[in-house]
Design a protein around this ligand. Structure first.
Ligand SMILES: [Zn+2]
Length: 67
């Protein structure tokens, strides 16, 4: 007579990812038909620099520029 409800307890499936979801931060700004770079670029290796609170840093060569 036991008709146990087993709604829960499904095994398998894709693991649910929790936590931070990184979104592409907008380094480009579209104005009309041209793109504008919002981020600074490194003067040494011309890659995009990371925008910190009070400084810009280059992840490639380690160049740092204060704001
Ligand atoms: Zn650099």
């Amino acid at each position: 007579m036991a008709a146990a409800k087993t709604d829960k307890g499904s095994k398998g499936g894709a693991p649910v990812k929790k936590g931070k979801q990184y979104h592409m931060y907008k380094i480009y700004e579209v104005s009309g038909s041209s793109l504008k770079r919002k981020n600074k670029t490194c003067p040494k290796c011309s890659v995009f620099m990371a925008n910190h609170k009070d400084r810009w840093t280059c992840g490639k060569c380690g160049y740092m520029e204060k704001k």
